[in-house]
Design a protein around this ligand. Structure first.
Ligand SMILES: NC(=O)c1ccc[n+]([C@@H]2O[C@H](COP(=O)([O-])OP(=O)(O)OC[C@H]3O[C@@H](n4cnc5c(N)ncnc54)[C@H](OP(=O)(O)O)[C@@H]3O)[C@@H](O)[C@H]2O)c1
Length: 264
C-alpha cells in the first residue's frame, strides 16, 4: 500500500502490533508519530523507520494531560493526522477477587478504553481538518466473545468495540472513518501466548503482528468497519450463539480457563 503524504499517529508503538504497523506504514511512505511510555524504544524505532520526518512522543495514554501534550506535539510538528491508531493496551489481571481488585480494573480501563477516547478526543480537531481521515481502534476478538478468566480485559474491549461502532455512525458524515481491528491470538511481548506457541495444533491458529498491521492498513484503505485477524476467528462468534455450552468448554481448553478458575 502507498501511504505517501499521510500522517499516522500510532499509540503503543514501543512493541508488538504498534511497532510493526509503524515500521510497515513508514516503509510505504507515511510520516509516523509513535507514542508509548518507554522512550528508548521509541527513539530506536524512529531511527529504524524508513523516511526522515517521523517523531515520537512519550505518552501514557491513561493520563489525559499527557495525551493533550501528544496532540499539541502532533499539531506543531506534523500539522495533520490522516490516521490515528489507538493500539496501546495490556492484558491485565486474571480473575476477579473482589474489592481489592477494583483498582486494577480502573487502571486497565484507563489505558485500554479511556486511552483511546482521550487520544481520539484530543486529536479530533486535527482529524476533522485532515478529513477524510481514519481512527483505527485495535480492539480484540475478546471484544465480541468473552475471554475466560479475563473479565476486566474483556470489559475494556467490549466497551471499545461498542464505542467504535457508535462513534463510526456518529462522525461518518464529517469524513472520519472509524474501524475496529480485532486480533485473535498474536504472540507479542505483552501477549506471549506461551501455551499456544508450544502446542503444535494451537500454533496453527496464531496470528502475527504483520497480519494485524496489514489488517489495519486494509481497514484504512478500504474504509472497512471491522477486521478480524486471522479472519477465521469471525467464525468463532457462531458457536457462541448456537451452542454456548459447548463453546465455553472448547475455549476453556484453549485459553486455560481452568487455571484461571483456580485463582478465584
Ligand atoms: N497480541 C494479542 O494476542 C492481542 C489480541 C487481541 C488484541 N490485542 C491488542 O493489541 C494491542 C497491542 O498489543 P500487542 O499484542 O502489540 O502487545 P505489546 O507488544 O505488549 O504492546 C503493547 C503496547 O502498548 C503500550 N502501552 C501499554 N500501556 C500503555 C499506556 N498506559 N500508555 C501508552 N502506551 C501503553 C506498550 O508500550 P509501553 O509499555 O512502552 O508504554 C506497548 O507498546 C493491545 O491493545 C491489545 O489489547 C492483542
Amino acid at each position: 500500500m502507498d501511504w505517501t503524504r499521510t500522517v499516522w499517529v500510532v499509540t503503543g508503538a514501543s512493541s508488538g502490533i504498534g511497532r510493526r504497523t509503524a515500521l510497515d506504514v513508514a516503509a510505504a511512505g507515511a510520516t509516523v508519530c509513535v507514542a508509548a511510555r518507554r522512550e528508548e524504544r521509541l527513539k530506536s524505532l524512529v531511527a529504524e523507520m524508513a523516511g526522515a520526518d517521523h517523531s515520537y512522543h512519550v505518552t501514557d495514554v491513561s493520563d489525559r494531560s499527557q495525551v493533550r501534550r501528544l496532540a499539541r506535539h502532533v499539531a506543531d510538528r506534523h500539522g495533520r493526522v490522516d490516521v490515528l491508531v489507538n493500539n496501546a493496551g495490556y492484558i491485565g489481571p486474571t480473575g476477579f477477587t473482589g474489592a481489592d481488585a477494583i483498582e486494577e480494573v480502573d487502571a486497565l480501563m484507563a489505558t485500554n478504553f479511556f486511552g483511546a477516547i482521550y487520544c481520539t478526543g484530543e486529536l479530533m480537531d486535527l482529524l476533522l481538518e485532515s478529513a477524510p481521515s481514519t481512527v483505527v481502534n485495535v480492539t480484540s476478538v475478546a471484544g465480541r466473545i468473552a475471554a475466560p478468566g479475563k473479565p476486566a480485559y474483556t470489559a475494556s474491549k467490549f466497551a471499545l468495540v461498542g464505542w467504535s461502532e457508535s462513534l463510526a455512525a456518529t462522525i461518518r458524515h464529517k469524513g472520519i472513518h472509524v474501524a475496529s481491528v480485532e486480533p485473535g491470538f498474536v504472540p507479542t511481548e505483552g501477549f506471549p501466548q506461551s501455551e499456544m506457541v508450544k502446542d503444535p495444533l494451537m500454533k496453527r491458529i496464531l496470528g502475527t503482528d504483520a497480519m494485524v498491521s496489514k489488517a489495519i492498513q486494509d481497514a484504512v484503505k478500504k474504509r472497512k468497519p471491522q477486521r478480524v485477524v486471522p479472519r477465521a476467528y469471525y467464525l468463532a462468534q457462531i458457536p457462541e450463539v448456537v451452542a454456548p455450552r459447548l463453546w465455553r468448554k472448547a475455549i476453556s481448553k484453549m485459553t486455560g480457563l481452568r487455571d484461571a478458575g483456580k485463582d478465584r
